[in-house]
Every structure is written in structure tokens, then in C-alpha cells.
Design a protein around this ligand. Structure first.
Ligand code: IVH
Length: 692
């Protein structure tokens, strides 16, 4: 087709052409970004856009509301949807030294009841410093991608992932499981990162601190054309949900992944002992600077899948894998001042404000000083030259003060004796390193921090309501307690005009809050911000008590240390008497009880249903192992029982349901017989749990 040169177009022609171009470019955008099937070459596409722009320049009054020049790319998705991972995305435990690696092998052998010489094969591969993603294929077709999120629920980034060339969109292979979820790391190669920053600089765009941030910023774009314009890469390394066999070992799985068209890191090696792994670690460490991507360590995984399964998980990390970190990077800078930050439990944390310095590609201007003891240990003073260290995503810390560079007039740091927020006395409990504000519920800073915690990612995770908003609303008197957060839309409305809170954002907030009124018990407990109750403990409590009402009434009874409820609480695996004391003093406070009751009225706190446990014949049973176990290791037996929903106790009582007794069982077996508790051999136990 011969096109009329733009400058020769009549008005009517221009009008018709702009309409045609808008339609055509939109269709190409969809073909390219959403269907991943471009219908024209990049050059042809660019020519269409240029023609559109040229016509618009001559006839600005005809610029259409849906003009391609107003759009950066494909239609913008309305926020990222949530994806619940079919299998949680876990994190990894860390090893920092060669001894830690040796200990990792020993632990595995102990757990599996192997002798010191039994060989255990382990794969070693670089730990890519990027973002983990889960990729789902159904019948060989790529259908879904999600970020890790909190490990349980991530964000839907399917369309963004489609723009990555390393990602196979269709897998044609015999014997591919119908459902195949693989996990891997999206990263930006160092060269692509440098090129991106150069482009950003030329166009006055934002510069990225490091390849990881650039990858994250590029992947999480609602406008997928931006993702498409950034070169991202992908390595895969783990499985999620699968409906059929994918190999019997990590190594065989890697081979399959390659055959299916995925990129697997070429520096992966199968090793048979700690020595071989450490040698591999050292050689990768030497090539680290020359690799085209950032790595922050190595990941080791027990090769055999059946052993991985036996080893299972602790909390949120597999027992069969570990990350061996490379040493942290260090730099010298100046300590400009020391600020005190207040946390939700009243802990005062000193923060070092530093002369900005680049450490491993990231500009650092703050470091944690942990506590007063740490300041004293380092003898850190304002004005000092200090060495700071940064490892991965961990907050940088000061590791050394250069005393020979100390200014003559320096004075030791004086830790405040009064809370900088409320003026209450600062106290330090026996045996604790932390200093706390004694103001409790009257301390404004603590109140704000508790509310910020309540809406934070692993707690209620309320979309569009960040810590900064909470602070402002609190200061303006709109929220005082967690339940007030759920009344915010009405309060915003009543309080008149507010910057940034028009009708639309208020409605969005209302929807987000409505959505979170249905909340899982572990999130609810975690959100309360009770000292020492982190995510793992919140889960443990949820599992034990099952429901908010159950937990609440048990805590009322457990006030009395002589009660059965108290014994029951401190007997929970992972809860000691100090954690119990924190929970009980939380409930001892009338204001806290009111907060919980108020929330209970407003929300639907779900009952806790532990995954995979419903069908097991031992779910909810209390079991005791005694004597020598001949097939299962002691910790393996315990972990397996717990994964099936049983509670493993250390001593026999009326509450015990089953005692599994091996050779040499003594007093516990006798007691079980006296109490009429069911007893069985290890073999009988294995048969009982086998088909679950
Ligand atoms: S395996 C259950 N392999 O490291 C095993 N993780 O600290 C799951 N990572 O969230 C992880 N490179 O984002 C594995 N070769 C690798 C990895 C790797 C990077 C990341 C991943 C994970 C984090 C854990």
C-alpha cells in the first residue's frame, strides 16, 4: 500500500487515518503483549507509531482520547491480582562458614539415621540475587506466574512474565505432567542493567541502585510494555505443585527442565560430600565478579527426592536445602549521628546515620547499631570513621570503629534515659539487652508502630494503606485502635476533604478493608503485635487452639499458673514460659482485651485448618515416642507425625492418645499401660500412617 505523505493529507483523511491507526496499533499491542504473538516486525510497528505521531503534530485538534500516543503500551491491568500458591514458596536456612556446611551434612545424616560414612549426594548451584517467581503450566501451556509474596500468597504477574524471552510459553514434550509448577529467579544481567541505567540517565528517568532493584521495578509494572522494554532473564531451580513424575532427583529434574526449554544455571554441580561442595563454592566465589549476573551465595540441595521428602521442613525452610552465603561486602564511612527509633513493643533501637557510601553497588546511609550494649562494645561515637558491612538484603551494620582516626574531641554516646516520644522512663529488664520505653499504652510512638504493624504485609496487608497513611490518620485522630482502621472510610468521609482521598480512593480502601475482614487466624494473631509472637509462633498457636474463641478462652484460664490451660500453653512445642508470659500479659491488659473483642465483632476470623492434615488418622492426636526407633530417626519420626497433624509430647499423661514404643522403652511405656493409653510398635505406627 502506498501511503499519502503526512504533509499532503486533507483534514478528513487525517481524521480517518488517526482512527485506523489507533485501532491497528492497539491490536498489535494486544497481539504482542498479551498473546505473545506479534503480527508485525518491530520496525513496521514503529513506523505505524511514527506516522500516528506525525499526523497528530499537524492536526492536534484530531488527537483521539484513545490515541496510541497517550498510551505507553498495552491496556493497563487494574492492579495485580492475588495468587494463592498451591505449595508455599519457602525460604532457606543459611550457612556462613565451612563448618556450617559440614554441620549441614551431619544433620542430614543424623536425621535420616545414616552413619557418618553413608554418602549423601547434594547439588550445589549459585544463589541468584533476583526475585523468585512461581510458573504454572497446564498441559504444556504457560498459564500463570506469581511472585513469592509472603510465601503463601503472591501477586499475579502472568502478563509481565510473558515478555521474558527465557520463559517457554509452550512445552511440547512427551510425559510432561498435566500440572507443572516450576520456581525460579528472575534477574537482570549486569550488562543489561548498565545499559538500562544509561538509557534512564539520557531520558532523565530514575536510576536503579542495583540489578536486583531494576529487575523488581521492571517486573512489577502494571504496564507490561515497560516490562517488555527491559531485558529480564530467568533461571529455574525448584518445583511447586506437579501432577506427575518429574524425575527422581534434583539432578534428573534439572536435566528435564533443560529438555523442556528452561534455563538452568550452568554452574550447577553434583557433589558427594562437604569437601567437594566447599571446593565448588570457592571456585564459584572466584568467578563471581566475572559472572554476568549477581549472586549472593550458593544453594545446596539433597539430590534424592525421596530423601528430600523424608527430611521435610522446619518452619518455613526445607531441611534438605541450605544457602551458603558469600562474605558480606564492606566499606569505610563516617558516623554522622545516632538516632533512636521506637518499635511497637517499646524497644529503643539506635540507628547510625552515615555519610552515604556505596557498598556492593548500593548506596548506604543508615546502619543498625542494635542496642546500647553494641554501641558500648564498638565504642561508637558521633564523628567516628567506621567500617560498615552489608550482606544481601539485611540491614547494613557497623562492624568496626577506626580508633586511630577518631577526632580528638569525641565523647561517648549517652543512651537516652527517657523515651524520646512520650518522656516515660527507659527501662531494661534483667537478662535483656533491649532498653524499652515504660510508657506502654500511653506512648504515642508505640501506638503508631503497633498500628503500622497491624496493616503490614504479613499481618492484615491492606492494599493502599501504608505505614505513612497510618501515621497521618493517627495524628489527625481518625484512628486510635486497630478496629478503627475498619471504620476509616466512614471517618474519612465525615472529616471532610482530605488530600489524596477522593471518592475513588475511599471506595478502593473500603473494598480492600472489606476483603480483609475475612482473615486467617495466624495473620490475626500475628497482627496483634504481641512481643515475641512472630509469624511462626502465631501459626503454632493457631494450630493448637484452632479458633479465635478457643484461644481467647484458653488464655483467660491460663492466667492461673496452676491451671491445666497454663500447663497446656507452656507444653506447646516452640512456646516457652517467656513467650507464654508475653501472651498472658497482653491479655492481662483490659485495653488489649477490648481491642481483640472489638475486632472479633467486626471481622470473621477463620478457623485454622492445617493443610493435609484432615484425612490423617493421627490428626489431632497426642503421641509419645519412647525407646529406640529402628526405622525412623527420632527427629524424623517427630517431624512426620507433626506434618500429619499429630502433637508430639515428651511425657505420658491422661491426654496422650498413642505411645509408640521401641526396644528399651521403660517408665513411659509402663505409665501408658497403667493409664490404659493405646501403645504400638514402630512398625505398627508406620503402617498406620503409611497411606496418608
Ligand atoms: S531453592 C525450597 N535455588 O533464595 C527451595 N533458591 O533464600 C527454595 N534463590 O526465595 C529455593 N537462587 O528466591 C533456590 N538456585 C536457587 C536460588 C534460590 C536464588 C532465592 C529464592 C529463595 C531465596 C531463599
Amino acid at each position: 500500500m502506498i501511503e499519502t505523505p503526512v504533509e499532503d493529507l486533507m483534514e478528513l483523511d487525517a481524521l480517518v487515518e488517526l482512527k485506523r491507526l489507533a485501532k491497528e496499533i492497539a491490536a498489535h499491542d494486544i497481539a504482542y503483549h498479551q498473546k505473545d504473538a506479534p503480527r508485525v516486525s518491530d520496525a513496521e510497528y514503529d513506523a505505524l507509531r511514527q506516522r500516528n505521531d506525525a499526523i497528530e503534530a499537524l492536526f492536534p485538534k484530531f488527537i483521539r482520547p484513545d490515541s496510541p500516543s497517550k498510551r505507553v503500551g498495552a491496556p493497563v491491568a487494574s492492579g495485580f491480582g492475588k495468587v494463592t500458591h498451591a505449595r508455599p514458596m519457602l525460604s532457606l536456612g543459611n550457612a556462613f562458614s565451612d563448618e556450617d556446611v559440614v554441620e549441614y551434612f551431619d544433620r542430614i545424616r543424623r536425621f535420616l539415621s545414616f552413619s557418618a560414612n553413608d554418602p549423601v549426594e547434594v547439588t550445589g548451584e549459585p544463589k541468584i540475587d533476583g526475585l523468585s517467581v512461581s510458573l504454572r503450566y497446564e498441559k504444556g501451556e504457560f498459564v500463570l506466574a506469581a511472585t513469592r509474596g509472603d510465601g503463601m500468597v503472591g501477586e499475579n504477574i502472568t502478563e509481565n512474565m510473558r515478555t521474558i524471552a527465557d520463559l517457554p510459553k509452550i512445552i511440547l514434550a512427551p510425559n510432561l505432567p498435566d500440572v507443572l509448577e516450576v520456581r525460579g529467579e528472575v534477574y537482570m544481567a549486569k550488562a543489561d542493567f548498565a545499559a538500562l541505567n544509561q538509557r534512564q540517565e539520557q531520558t532523565g528517568g530514575k536510576l536503579f541502585a542495583n540489578p536486583r532493584n531494576a529487575a523488581a521495578g521492571s517486573l512489577r509494572q502494571l504496564d507490561t510494555t515497560i516490562t517488555a522494554s527491559r531485558k529480564l532473564s530467568l533461571f529455574v531451580y525448584a518445583i511447586g505443585e506437579v501432577s506427575g513424575p518429574i524425575g527422581k532427583s534434583q539432578w534428573a529434574f534439572f536435566e528435564n527442565l533443560k529438555a523442556w526449554g528452561f534455563k538452568v544455571n550452568p554452574q550447577t554441580k553434583l557433589c558427594s560430600d562437604a569437601e567437594e561442595l566447599i571446593a565448588h563454592y570457592n571456585s564459584i566465589g572466584e568467578m563471581r565478579a566475572g559472572l554476568d549476573y549477581d549472586i549472593d551465595g550458593m544453594v545446596y540441595k539433597v539430590n534424592r527426592f525421596d530423601w528430600q521428602e523424608r527430611l521435610g521442613f522446619v518452619s518455613r525452610a526445607p531441611r534438605w536445602a541450605i544457602a551458603h552465603k558469600f562474605p558480606a561486602e564492606k566499606a569505610q564511612t563516617k558516623l554522622n549521628s545516632i538516632d533512636i527509633q521506637l518499635g511497637r513493643t517499646g524497644v529503643l533501637t539506635p540507628v547510625a546515620r552515615l555519610e552515604p557510601v556505596t557498598v556492593g553497588g548500593v548506596v548506604v546511609s543508615n546502619a543498625t547499631l542494635h542496642n546500647d550494649d553494641e554501641i558500648k562494645r564498638l565504642d561508637a561515637r558521633v564523628g567516628d570513621a567506621v567500617i560498615i558491612q552489608r550482606a544481601g538484603d539485611v540491614i547494613p551494620q557497623i562492624v568496626e570503629v577506626l580508633l586511630d582516626k577518631r577526632p580528638v574531641l569525641s565523647v561517648p554516646f549517652k543512651f537516652p534515659t527517657q523515651c524520646p516520644a512520650c518522656g516515660s522512663a527507659v527501662v531494661q529488664e534483667e537478662g535483656e539487652v533491649a532498653k524499652r520505653c515504660s510508657g506502654g499504652l500511653i506512648c504515642t510512638a508505640q501506638a503508631v508502630e503497633r498500628l503500622r504493624h497491624f496493616v503490614s504485609r504479613n499481618a492484615f496487608d491492606i492494599e493502599g494503606l501504608g505505614g505513612k497513611h497510618i501515621e497521618t490518620f493517627w495524628h489527625d485522630g481518625l484512628i486510635k485502635t486497630p478496629a478503627d482502621i475498619f471504620r476509616l472510610p466512614q471517618k474519612i468521609k465525615d472529616s471532610g476533604k482530605r488530600e489524596g482521598w477522593g471518592d475513588q480512593s475511599r471506595v478502593n480502601l473500603e473494598t480492600a478493608l472489606e476483603d480483609k475482614k475475612n482473615i486467617e487466624l495466624p495473620r490475626f494473631i500475628f497482627a496483634l503485635g504481641i512481643p515475641r509472637i512472630g509469624q511462626a509462633t502465631a501459626r503454632t498457636l493457631s494450630k493448637h487452639y484452632g479458633s479465635l474463641a478457643g484461644w481467647r478462652s484458653a488464655m483467660d484460664l491460663a492466667k492461673d499458673h496452676a491451671s491445666e490451660s497454663y500447663q497446656d500453653l507452656i507444653n506447646i512445642d516452640g512456646i516457652g514460659s517467656s513467650t507464654a508470659a508475653d501472651v498472658l500479659s497482653f491479655f492481662a491488659e483490659a485495653q488489649n482485651r477490648a481491642v481483640v473483642d472489638d475486632l472479633d465483632d467486626l471481622l470473621r476470623v477463620q478457623e485454622f485448618i492445617a493443610p493435609d492434615e484432615g484425612s490423617s488418622p493421627v490428626a489431632g492426636k497426642t503421641v509419645v515416642f519412647t525407646g529406640t526407633l529402628e526405622t525412623l530417626g527420632r527427629s524424623e519420626a517427630k517431624a512426620k507425625a507433626e506434618s500429619l497433624g499429630a502433637n508430639v509430647a515428651g511425657s505420658v499423661s491422661k491426654k496422650t492418645d498413642i505411645v509408640i514404643a521401641g526396644p528399651g522403652a521403660g517408665s513411659k511405656l509402663k505409665k501408658a499401660e497403667e493409664l490404659g493409653v493405646q501403645t504400638m510398635t514402630e512398625q505398627e505406627w508406620i503402617e498406620l500412617i503409611q497411606n496418608t
